[in-house]
Design a binder for this molecule. Structure first.
Ligand code: PLP
Length: 430
């Protein structure tokens, strides 16, 4: 589906996909930390900043245009998530601030005897807002579902055991930002609903890698951040309409009393909404290119929602090929699985690649992480990283530092080949 012409077209849409600002050719594999920006988003953001920087609510054109931009940005996010309507989309500074706001708000409903269930592979952003509820006496316990450590997946039996009649919130990452493993969200959602708990999804890591459908997940809340999906900072929270209407967030008394405004702290930045619309436009253009492969598919989705589902499905399939290549290499190039000195944390079963995103954490025996990352950069032009990614899983695996690469749809198999060749040379050290 992704032929060389389309790959070139995608890369051309990202001003920094091929070279950095110094003109250095490099492969950008640090996408799990922050992605590169798509030109449509950057241009839309600049246009909104320059041409309609006025605040909303005025009668002059700049103000009207700012309001329209915010509304169409919410609509674009709603289409992208298959949400019912734009009023279900709340914006905020970051996923961290949105989840803290959500935990405070849900905390008002709790009595101190309840529990929250989460997992051992969350980002700390989806841990500490709930631990905070515990510290404030709003819940009794935060419970952590264990991992199948060998394969880097969630232990679903343990998760199921943890959920009981006192569970009021089940909050899970869509994919681990250390291991790349995707959570079986639909299954987890059912478990949450059986005990009438809120089902919260942290989609920050998974968001650029495949379709996200809040109706199919039947989740109560879902959060993601713009800088992980080809635009700037600023994050979005989907909430079921009935919850956004009923819940009482902390708010300034003169702020709107209806959603989404009642959940938003302070004046909105219209440029953030223009930018996220630019991202969605990018996916719509991509969808046009691949839609002939989807005749008769996804017929229960309509208009932009179907187009976006197609784009994200195509991206997911393309990226599964990345995972395969990274692990098993090419005819003339060994993959991570062929390098005895490399240990990969996360799913490596080639028959289960649909259960992971192309995010890989690994180490090389006897070569310090910094040295691997520095040689990858100097010799291969591979932008990778070693460190702590605020992942609870790193504490569970006792890896305070780990090398991570994370690929998205503007990366290429050729870049993977260079990465593997360089890493193979690094393995020859010592
Ligand atoms: C899975 C996950 N959740 C949450 C976050 C935090 O997002 P933000 O920086 O928008 O608060 C990250 C950031 O890396 C992440 O990977």
């Amino acid at each position: 589906m992704f032929n060389s012409e389309l790959i070139e077209q995608i890369r051309a849409a990202f001003p920094r996909a091929v070279t950095d600002f110094n003109g250095r050719k490099r492969a950008f594999f640090d996408n799990g930390t922050a992605t590169l920006v798509v030109d449509k988003a950057a241009r839309a953001e600049a246009e909104a900043r320059i041409n309609w920087s006025a605040n909303v609510g005025g009668i002059f054109d700049e103000s009207i245009r700012a309001s329209d931009t915010i509304l169409s940005g919410r609509q674009a996010v709603a289409d992208f998530l298959n949400a019912s309507d734009p009023t279900t989309i709340v914006s905020g500074e970051s996923a961290t601030s949105l989840l803290f706001n959500l935990s405070y708000t849900l905390g008002k409903e709790l009595t101190g005897s309840e529990n929250v269930v989460t997992t051992d592979y969350e980002h700390y952003t989806n841990v500490d807002p709930w631990v905070e509820l515990c510290n404030r006496g709003k819940i009794q316990q935060v419970r952590f579902a264990k991992l199948n450590m060998e394969e880097g997946t969630l232990d679903m039996n343990h998760l199921q055991e943890l959920i009981d009649a006192k569970t009021k919130i089940v909050t899970i990452t869509a994919a681990s930002n250390m291991l790349g493993t995707k959570s079986p969200l639909e299954e987890i959602g059912k478990l949450a609903r059986e005990v009438d708990a809120y089902f919260v999804v942290d989609a920050v890591h998974h968001i650029p890698h495949g379709p996200t459908d809040v109706q199919a997940l039947d989740c109560d809340f879902l959060v993601f951040s713009g800088y992980k999906i080809f635009t700037s900072h600023g994050s979005f929270l989907y909430g079921k309409k009935k919850h956004l209407e009923a819940l009482q967030p902390y708010k300034v008394r003169t702020a709107p009393t209806t959603p989404p405004g009642k959940f938003e702290c302070g004046t909105r930045n219209q440029a953030t909404f223009a930018a996220i619309s630019g991202v969605v436009d990018h996916f719509l253009s991509l969808s046009n290119e691949v839609q002939s492969n989807y005749k008769g598919k996804f017929s229960n989705y309509h208009g932009n929602k179907r187009a976006l589902k197609i784009a994200m499905d195509a991206i997911e399939q393309y990226e599964t090929g990345f995972s395969k290549a990274i692990l098993s290499g090419f005819d003339d190039t060994p993959g991570l699985l062929d390098m005895p000195k490399v240990t990969v944390y996360g799913l490596t079963d080639l028959n289960r690649l649909d259960e992971r995103d192309p995010t890989f954490s690994f180490e090389v025996a006897n070569v310090p992480e910094e040295k691997v990352v520095s040689r990858l950069w100097k010799e291969g032009g591979i932008a990778a990283r070693s460190g702590h990614y605020y992942s609870y899983a790193q504490d569970v695996y006792n890896k305070q530092k780990i090398i991570r690469i994370s690929l998205v749809h503007y990366n290429t198999l050729e870049e993977i080949r260079i990465f593997l060749t360089t890493l193979n040379e690094i393995c020859k050290l010592n």
